[in-house]
Design a protein around this ligand. Structure first.
Ligand code: FE
Ligand code: FE
Ligand code: MG
Length: 161
């Protein structure tokens, strides 16, 4: 990115890139968790759950793209090796070895709750220091909050069956 664009950032840019890369690792694992979950899901309300999981997968992939764009703008290097996803990520990957929709929903709700914490912390980090990253993180946080709400609503529907 341009010299001035980098200069106006009020926190250590390398540290910021590191945080964005950690979130990038989380997004890829979240993407795969949703994507593979949608493939293996079984049980009641399967179709509704699969549709939501697929939608969320594509949104996590979009988040990954946004993070990479910003990392590059900041002059950083995005994670290049999938091996790093487990090493640097903030959130756990929940293996969907039990494909019942209720179990998948529980695991993905946990993931969203971790994501909300991560982006909320990131938001505070850049609040007065980097308005461009702030705007991006705010957008992602809005999506993660919606994701949690969607999954909890599905869980509620399942419980009233
Ligand atoms: Fe995300
Ligand atoms: Fe999400
Ligand atoms: Mg949704």
């Amino acid at each position: 990115m341009g010299t001035k664009g980098r200069e106006i950032i009020g926190i250590d840019v390398d540290k910021l890139v590191e945080e964005l890369n950690k979130a990038l690792a989380d997004e890829w694992l979240a993407y795969y968790q949703y994507w593979i979950g949608a493939k293996v899901a079984v049980g009641q309300m399967r179709n509704a759950v699969v549709a939501e999981l697929e939608e969320h997968a594509s949104e996590e992939l979009e988040h990954a793209g946004m993070l990479v764009e910003r990392i590059l703008q900041l002059g950083g290097t995005p994670l290049l090796n999938p091996e790093d996803w487990f090493k640097v990520g903030n959130c756990d990957y929940e293996i969907p070895s039990n494909p019942r929709v209720k179990k998948l929903l529980e695991q993905n709700i946990k993931g969203e709750q971790c994501a909300i914490e991560v982006y909320n912390r990131l938001l505070n980090l850049v609040k007065d220091a980097d308005p461009i990253t702030y705007k991006m993180v705010l957008e992602i946080l809005e999506d993660e909050i919606e994701h949690e709400e969607d999954l909890e609503a599905l869980m509620g529907d399942l419980e009233t069956l």
